[in-house]
Design a protein around this ligand. Structure first.
Ligand SMILES: *[C@@H]1O[C@H](CO)[C@@H](O)[C@H](O)[C@H]1NC(C)=O
Ligand SMILES: *[C@@H]1O[C@H](CO)[C@@H](O)[C@H](O)[C@H]1NC(C)=O
Ligand SMILES: *[C@@H]1O[C@H](CO)[C@@H](O)[C@H](O)[C@H]1NC(C)=O
Length: 213
C-alpha cells in the first residue's frame, strides 16, 4: 500500500516539477506513509501473560464453594465473627478501578494471591488433621501458585520490585467445627478475590491494548 502511494505521488509530481527539491519532498512523504502504516497500536508483551492469568482465575473460580461440604454456601454461618484477620481485603470502589496502574495492580495481585495460597495451605493441613478431604484446598493452592508465578514473571519483565509478604500468623484449628468455620470464611473471601482479580485483569488488558480473543 505505501509503495503504491509512493508511486502515485512520484508519477504525479515528476510530471509537474522535475526537480531535486521535489524528489526530497517525495522521499519525506513516502517515509511518512511507511511509518504511519507500519505502526498500528502496539499491544503489550504482557498480553499473553494476562490471558494465562485469567485462565488460572477462571479455574480457581469454581473452587471456593468446594472448600466446605455445605450445600447452602455456608449461609448458616452468616454473622459468625470473621476470625482470620490476615485475609487480604480487596478494594471494590469505582475510584480504585478508575485509577488502576498496571504495576501497582500487579503488585497487589501478587501479594493477595500469595496470601490466599498460604491461607489455603494452612486450611489443607487443618483438614488433614481431622481426616477431612483436602483435595479442593490442594487444587486451589496449585492455581494460586501458578497465578502468583505468572504475576511474578510479569513484574520482573517490567523491572518492578516483587513485593515480599510476611507469613500470616494463623490459629490452630482445634475442632472439626473450627475447620468448617474457617473453610466457609476462606471460601467466601476467595470468591471475592476471584471476582476482583478477573475485573482487574480485564481492565489491565484494556489498558495494555490487548486484543480480545
Ligand atoms: C508504578 O509506576 C509509576 C510510573 O509509571 C511510578 O511512579 C510508581 O512509583 C510505580 N509504583 C510502584 C508501586 O512501583
Ligand atoms: C495440625 O496438627 C499439627 C500437629 O498436631 C499442628 O501442629 C498444627 O497446628 C495443626 N494445623 C492446624 C492448621 O490446625
Ligand atoms: C519470583 O521469580 C524469581 C525468578 O524469576 C524467583 O527467583 C523469586 O523467588 C520469585 N519470587 C517469589 C516471591 O516467588
Amino acid at each position: 500500500m505505501p509503495l503504491i502511494v509512493f508511486y502515485t505521488f512520484f508519477l504525479v509530481f515528476s510530471v509537474i516539477h522535475d526537480s531535486t527539491s521535489c524528489l526530497l519532498h517525495l522521499l519525506l512523504l513516502a517515509e511518512l506513509f511507511v511509518h504511519s502504516s507500519s505502526h498500528p497500536t502496539h499491544s503489550s508483551p504482557l498480553c499473553g501473560t494476562f490471558r494465562s492469568m485469567i485462565h488460572q482465575v477462571d479455574k480457581l473460580t469454581s473452587l471456593p464453594k468446594k472448600l466446605h461440604d455445605l450445600t447452602d454456601d455456608g449461609d448458616l454461618f452468616e454473622g459468625v465473627e470473621n476470625r482470620l484477620d490476615s485475609l487480604p481485603k480487596m478494594q471494590h470502589t469505582a475510584a480504585h478501578f478508575n485509577s488502576l496502574k498496571v504495576n501497582e495492580s500487579l503488585s497487589q495481585l501478587f501479594e493477595f494471591s500469595q496470601s490466599f495460597r498460604l491461607h489455603v495451605e494452612w486450611l489443607k493441613t487443618a483438614k488433614e488433621n481431622f481426616s477431612l478431604s483436602s483435595q479442593s484446598a490442594e487444587d486451589a493452592s496449585s492455581h494460586l501458585l501458578q497465578l502468583s508465578n505468572l504475576v511474578n514473571a510479569s513484574l520482573s519483565q517490567m523491572e518492578e520490585e516483587v513485593p515480599q509478604s510476611p507469613s500470616p500468623s494463623l490459629p490452630v484449628a482445634s475442632t472439626a467445627f473450627d475447620v468448617l468455620q474457617f473453610s466457609v470464611e476462606i471460601s467466601k473471601r476467595l470468591q471475592v478475590f476471584c471476582d476482583w482479580s478477573k475485573r482487574i485483569l480485564l481492565l489491565l488488558q484494556r489498558l495494555s491494548h490487548c486484543h480480545k480473543h
